[in-house]
Design a protein around this ligand. Structure first.
Ligand SMILES: [Zn+2]
Length: 395
């Protein structure tokens, strides 16, 4: 009896949970703006140059194509260190290692040679590291790059640095290394160091260091639209460790939402829709775009509208430059001039294109792992406000 009672309670609970889930799902599924934002957020941090950012660009390409737009991907590179997954392999076992920032890539194989003390030049005199991999402790007043250069001078083909505190450390080098260098967490590294003192340990160090990031701007427009009057854009990349919901799945979804709303209208023949990459590294995507655009192309633009962080905070802040301040004012009455600079519209403004920036201000989750939700109502409001302005600009 007790059991049956519990079972039925569980069943009832499950049914209710299922109904709620179905209802919520269908409510939001009916809202493509929110669905697009969610799809980007669920990919995780979209750091420029990483496979996740590439997946995000593919998702956007797919969405735009389904709306009937043609899509171009504009790639660009810029200096940005990236560890694509470095490791140490011993007896077929793989241990995670972290590439030192500015290490060269490579995968040397050899014996692990434990270097005494902290890797000063004299410490290398007591051991033979020629054509082997040196393993040495962090600290002792010897900088990472000094340990690496001392090892290289003694003939080592790779260096492992063992952290002197729990966990691993992403070591920064003052200048690029000449041999691959990576760090190990304190526990794993210390036991390897001790092992190497006692016996022969053969290892392969794989440092997957990439000195440059490859960014991808997604550009969508109707077939044969070569000279738009308007560019509507927002960045889709995010900072490390943040799913970038408000910053900036929100703006990316709104740009896509405007493209969806206008797909069948004549207005779409005068617009390029863009998702910029590399914004968080200093507006790299929009900078690459304006740098490659010809002067006639830029002069042919009436305006650039940028959307960044529009899914949190009730008040929509508009910031205009050039002709866009008065045009936006005639519709909303509440427009600032050049108060907020740090987003992709700044690249266009620097080329004398009139800009309008849609923004709702920072929130406590800005650039943190907690930036994981957006308000569907605010996305919709931003889109509706933008559509009014787009109509006015294209009149
Ligand atoms: Zn942003």
């Amino acid at each position: 009896m007790f059991l049956r009672f519990r079972k039925s309670r569980i069943l009832l609970g499950m049914t209710i949970a299922f109904l709620i889930a179905t209802l919520t799902h269908s409510l939001f599924a009916a809202d493509p703006l929110f669905a697009d934002a969610q799809a980007l957020i669920s990919l995780g941090a979209r750091v420029a140059g990483t496979p996740t950012a590439e997946r995000a660009s593919e998702l956007l390409i797919d969405r735009y194509k389904k709306l009937g737009y043609e899509v171009e991907v504009q790639t660009f590179t810029y200096p940005k260190f990236f560890d694509a997954g470095s490791s140490l392999s011993i007896d077929g076992k793989t241990i995670e290692a972290w590439a030192m920032v500015r290490s060269i890539a490579g995968n040397p194989s050899g014996r692990l040679v434990a270097v005494p003390n902290y890797g000063k030049p004299e410490d290398f005199k007591t051991v033979d590291v020629r054509n082997q991999i040196a393993i040495v402790k962090r600290g002792g007043g010897v900088q990472f790059i000094q340990k690496i250069e001392n090892a290289a001078a003694a003939g080592a083909i790779g260096v492992l640095i063992v952290n002197n505190q729990p966990g691993n450390i992403r070591g920064m080098l003052m200048k690029p290394s000449t041999i691959p260098a990576a760090s190990l967490p304190q526990d794993v590294g210390t036991s390897l160091l001790e092992q190497a003192q006692k016996t022969t340990v053969q290892a392969t160090l794989t440092v997957k260091a990439q000195p440059d990031a490859l960014g991808r701007n997604v550009i969508a427009h109707l077939p044969n639209v070569k000279q738009p009057k308007l560019i509507i854009g927002g960045h889709f990349d995010s900072v490390e460790n943040s799913p970038g919901a408000n910053d900036n799945a929100s703006g990316t979804a709104v740009v896509l939402g405007i493209a969806r709303s206008l797909a069948k209208s004549p207005a779409a023949k005068q617009i390029w829709f863009m998702a910029f990459d590399g914004e968080e590294d200093g507006l790299k995507g929009s900078e690459a775009f304006v740098d490659r655009a010809t002067q006639p192309f830029l002069s042919g633009l009436k305006a650039m509208l940028n959307f960044d962080m529009v899914g949190v905070n009730d008040r929509l802040l508009l910031d205009g430059s050039g002709t866009m301040t008065s045009i936006a004012q005639s519709i909303t009455g509440d427009v600032n001039s050049s108060r907020f600079g740090g987003s992709d519209h700044a690249s266009f403004k620097s080329k004398n294109v009139s800009t309008l920036f849609f923004f709702r201000g920072k929130d406590p989750n800005y650039h943190s792992p907690n930036d994981k939700t957006v308000d569907p109502r605010l996305l919709k409001e931003t889109q509706d406000e933008a559509l009014k302005i787009v109509q006015k600009v294209l009149q």
